[in-house]
Design a protein. Sequence first.
Length: 482
Amino acid sequence: MSQPPDVDLVAGRYRLEDRVGVGAMGEVWRARDVTLQRDVALKRVRLDSHVDAATRARFQREAVAMAGLSHPNVVSVYDAGTDEAGDGRTAYLVMELLDGPSCADLIASGRSLSLGEVERIGAGVARGLAAAHATGVVHRDIKPGNVVVSRGVPTIVDFGIARLEQEATTTLTAPQTTIGTAAYMSPEQAMGRPVGPASDVYSLGALLIALASGSPPFGSSNALALMRAHIDDPPPSLGNLRDDAPPRLVALLDRMLAKDPARRPTAAEVARVLEGGELSPEPEETQAVAAGAVPTRVTSATERYTVPPASPAPETDGRGGRGLWWVVAAALLAVAGVFAWQLLSPDDTTEPTPTATQTVTTGASPTTSVVTSTVTVTPTLEPTTEPATPTDAPPETPDGQAALDEAVASVGAAIAAVADEDARAELDQLWQPASNGLQSPNAAAQLDEIVTAADRLLDEGSLTESEHTSVVDGVEGVIALL
């Protein structure tokens, strides 16, 4: 750890004491809140001139959303804003100071984690993500260094600041794109596309592979090569990395690491499966795409998309590891040029829709689409709807299970936000078995018990009107979807 130079208080309130981490665009400090006389963690991100007022305002809104979220698997956010420092304007995020190792420390230790430990950590992170997604916030940088196991509880840190870090970076291929981040980014992030909750699920899948095997799904010392691998290469199956991996966990990770975001489960479903539940079947339309599809190549920087094979078998497009690599490199370099523009534009791009075809198209130039499968993916490039909020919205899906998972996540978030500890503990004690037994014949009766308890707690003054409404409306929404 290093002592900071002689600087003024950050935002006139936080005295930097020990620098505990440094990244490409920012740094993390142990700091002292001189107003409340407590130790905090403070992350600062340098803001380049092209990060405009709208971007800073969105960061502030997301920080406010996270500050209102009380969840055991999400770090408490105390404060956020921008500040004029000696070296220019910076954004800062003030968080609870956690003790305990990060997942990066666990991986670096070389200790082989049991799959039970991996599932426990993963379930906690998934629960935290589900609660955040229910508020409309996407993390965008789930990786080992951003998950701290504090007193045995996996806790996600750095919510709300990852996007600002990305928007303060002008190109994907610049030194600011660290290997650590690239090793866990989703294919859509690697392509510079807008991201939603499914991106966090992919990154969590990569994290679980690293915890179980000691290394992330793809290995390289080059960020560009890692991004190419996320876009094109089939991820390793956990069953090939651990002989003791149960089929249920193997199938879950295969879905989490799917190239197509629509194939991935929600964070709430990931938590449910890791806690012993069964993985829901894929929607029929995504099953049809996955059943016989070979990666589809579209080389335009804003149209490039990949549909994965059904399993991590070798690709059959004849590349042999090279072939069209020059096309891939050209596309990724093009992505670098438009990345900042895409991140600063509204998130109104819709996901591509797979359509069946028997046409094989080849081209004579590096910018011509090359399709080598029985499936063509046609991206919709024009915005079709206005975004409801400045944050990334969860991708729409007709799947009833996905809707149920989102409803379950909203109840969990509502209960976690209850201020009274005893009331929260009572509701959580009723909610946990009910949420894990939604397929049982007495599921509705268990959920009715939560409504009854919430009514009583409101009468006793242990719940506020808004807390009661959030819990009851959420539970009744789950009942309606059963």
